[in-house]
Design a protein around this ligand. Structure first.
Ligand code: NAD
Length: 337
């Protein structure tokens, strides 16, 4: 099988990294980059030793697949152009600015039988990957994604910028429809919401309590998952997962690796073991790994690990959270006269 010819459109902060990491992806052949800012493209092209295209269509002519790493408001236009040209697309998150735009890209992708993968990178985090193959059945989830202030990304509310990472992962882990959303949030520093909290109830009874902030003094990216017989904690910053569990339950399975026996608890006449395990997956680079998964999906005609349909579900849930935040803000305004 020949290598897949790839290109990168938009080589700002993250697009530069896409360009750099494609070199480490087996089965990918970097053809070049395009950026509407020709100077920026030239700098990245020179630094990484790759071809710089002056025209997006010329790049599209030369590739089979592209990473689109432009601002979210341009995703629909740029990805639409790539799909119409018959190219597979890796699109950074959030998928698009609106749900209608996402639906149109999904339709285009299906019509043309092309792959679309969305950059929900936490799926590839070492903490999550270390538990790949373990079937989780969350009943309650607590997520915190707290960042220090950085003007980049503040054109959109923290929900679309940061919280959407957790919303995607939660949807993936819970595997059920969100039925009820309550949320509140405040614009503290930027003109859009900087800190928000959402309580999401799912059709299967699971509840998720999600907090995202970009005005915190300390960085934290954690998700705690509670289920029958197990408590699992993902730390996305250090890429590790911890689990406390009762091995013979129906929850997380004991794989017999580094698990530590913590003792026993009385459950009526039955003694039940409690175990603890701390896991990390070695050699993980979430960005490289998601690009590799994309190239493999194109190469071997597989479904990408994060589909455009899933990207749309995450966007829908983020918009519901946004809508509840706005309602709450209206209530506050009314209350304050
Ligand atoms: P950036 O502003 O640093 O870079 C964007 C680049 O796109 C710029 O160089 C700009 O000149 C170029 N550009 C703008 N419009 C274009 C067009 N129509 N055609 C070609 N090039 C165009 O932004 P960034 O921080 O790299 O973010 C880019 C995307 O990646 C956004 O969608 C953002 O949400 C996403 N992102 C994802 C993560 C993640 O964790 N997965 C992190 C950061 C950013």
């Amino acid at each position: 099988m020949n290598d897949i010819k790839v290109g990168v459109i938009g080589v700002g902060h993250l697009g530069r990294l896409h360009t750099k990491l494609y070199a480490d992806v087996p089965g990918a052949r970097m053809m070049g980059v395009y950026d509407s800012d020709a100077q920026r493209a030239a700098v990245v092209g020179q630094e990484l030793g790759c071809e710089v295209y002056r025209d997006m269509d010329a790049l599209l002519d030369d590739v089979q697949a592209v990473s689109i790493v432009t601002p979210t408001t341009t995703h629909h236009e740029v990805a639409g152009r790539a799909l119409r040209a018959g190219k597979h697309v890796f699109l950074e998150k959030p998928l698009t600015a609106t749900e209608e735009e996402a639906e149109e890209l999904i339709r285009l992708g299906r019509e043309k039988n092309l792959k679309i993968q969305v950059g929900h990178i936490e799926r590839f985090n070492g903490a999550v990957q270390s538990l790949a193959g373990v079937h989780l059945q969350p009943v309650f989830i607590e997520a915190h994604r707290l960042a220090q202030f950085n003007p980049r990304g503040t054109d959109v509310a923290v929900i679309l910028d940061l919280m959407i990472h957790d919303l995607d992962l939660i949807l993936h882990l819970v595997g059920s429809e969100p039925v009820k959303v309550a949320a509140s949030g405040v614009a503290v520093v930027s003109p859009s919401v900087d800190i928000a909290n959402a309580r999401i109830e799912f059709a299967n009874g699971c509840v998720a309590n999600v907090t995202a902030s970009r005005i915190s003094a300390k960085k934290m990216r954690k998700m705690r998952v509670f289920q029958k017989n197990a408590y699992i904690s993902f730390d996305f910053t250090d890429g590790q997962a911890e689990a406390f569990y009762i091995p013979d339950g129906k929850g997380a399975k004991d794989k017999g690796d580094m698990a530590i026996h913590l003792g026993q608890i009385d459950a009526a006449t039955l003694k039940r073991d409690i175990k603890y395990t701390r896991r990390a997956k070695k050699d993980v680079n979430p960005l490289r790994d998601e690009l590799q998964a994309f190239v493999e999906a194109v190469r071997w005609d597989k479904t990408p690990p994060v589909t455009a349909e899933e990207g749309l579900q995450a966007l829908r849930l983020a918009n519901r959270v946004m809508c509840e935040v706005e309602k709450h803000q209206d209530t506050l305004k009314a209350g304050m006269g």
